[in-house]
Design a protein around this ligand. Structure first.
Ligand SMILES: [Zn+2]
Ligand SMILES: [Zn+2]
Length: 293
């Protein structure tokens, strides 16, 4: 996922063959007309009739209104001297961007128990053993520590459903506590899916599942929204809805259409009441895969 945020190309899909067309670019390139010489569909062996994938990066909302007065910005505000490191650390609506702002909000709202996470980026040149020289491009690595250990919110990549006592990061516990002062999910189902998602996805700039954000001009507050990078210039907007079985298909279709009109694709998660523990974990893992991670 990390590479996608830096990928300097624009992606299109050919309307005829549904094949992907990747155009290397320095800036977001709008498909102008079928006569444009930069476009070619290798499958159709013809000029493509193409649609651009996702939505332009600069259309991502600058901030989202969450419950309890928490306003989440795409990236945290930083001091001018911190801009360089912040550019490496915080990608729009990523887990790290969320965690940093969430903890500041908890602290400001008088929360006593917060995870004492801190992040640092190390920039270096990669050494190429074949040519015995340092490469021209700069690489970076990020450390996320919390109480001297890798922070669970950003670094855990569990392989099986976590037991409650295994969740040690207080940021996860506060966020996923439906009854607590700093819980942002509406139902236990949502909180469990969010917790599994956080523990499954690790670091490397994964997009955050943002709970209960007000979108569509305040008309809708879906269970989660997620902004997934396709390239540096394009993001996929996803709304994630957690349903119990029995929701009428007509209601779902109406919801989906409304979200689609505003550029969101809808991903539905069905929680199986009889086996919810496994169901949450499986759903979160499928979600992670479907987002491209
Ligand atoms: Zn084609
Ligand atoms: Zn932590």
């Amino acid at each position: 996922m990390r590479d996608k945020y830096d990928l300097a190309e624009t992606r299109y899909v050919c309307r005829r063959c549904k094949g992907l067309i990747n155009v290397p670019s320095d800036g977001f390139y709008w498909f102008s007309s079928t006569a444009d010489p930069n476009f070619w569909c290798a499958t159709c062996e013809d000029l493509p009739q193409a649609d651009v994938l996702g939505r332009p990066a600069d259309e991502i909302p600058h901030e989202l209104q969450l419950p309890k007065g928490f306003i989440l910005r795409a990236v945290p505000r930083v001091e001018p001297q911190e801009v360089h490191e912040a550019n490496l650390l915080y990608r729009p609506y990523s887990k790290r961007s969320f965690l940093s702002q969430y903890m500041a909000w908890v602290k400001l709202s008088g929360g006593l128990e917060t995870c004492d996470w801190s992040a640092h980026a190390t920039v270096f040149r990669r050494f190429d053993s074949e040519s015995q020289s340092y490469s021209e491009c700069l690489e970076y690595e990020i450390g996320d520590e919390c109480a001297g250990r890798p922070c669970q919110f950003l670094r855990a990549q569990v392989l099986k459903p976590p037991k409650p006592e295994e969740v040690t990061c207080s940021a996860i516990r506060l966020l996923c506590d439906v009854k607590g002062s700093f819980g942002l999910c509406q139902t236990g189902d949502e909180a469990m899916i969010l917790q599994c998602y956080l523990l499954l996805t690790g670091g490397e700039h994964f997009p955050m599942l943002v709970p209960q954000a007000s979108i569509l001009g305040g008309k809708r507050r879906p269970d989660f929204v997620c902004f997934v990078p396709l390239t540096r210039f394009q993001y996929k907007w996803v709304v994630v809805l957690v349903d119990r079985p029995g929701k009428p298909a007509s209601t779902c279709a109406k919801e989906d259409a409304e979200y689609a009109q505003s550029g969101y694709s809808v991903k539905r998660i069905l929680v199986d009441r009889s086996n919810s523990g496994t169901s949450y974990f499986k759903a979160a893992r499928e979600l992670k895969l479907s987002l491209g991670g």
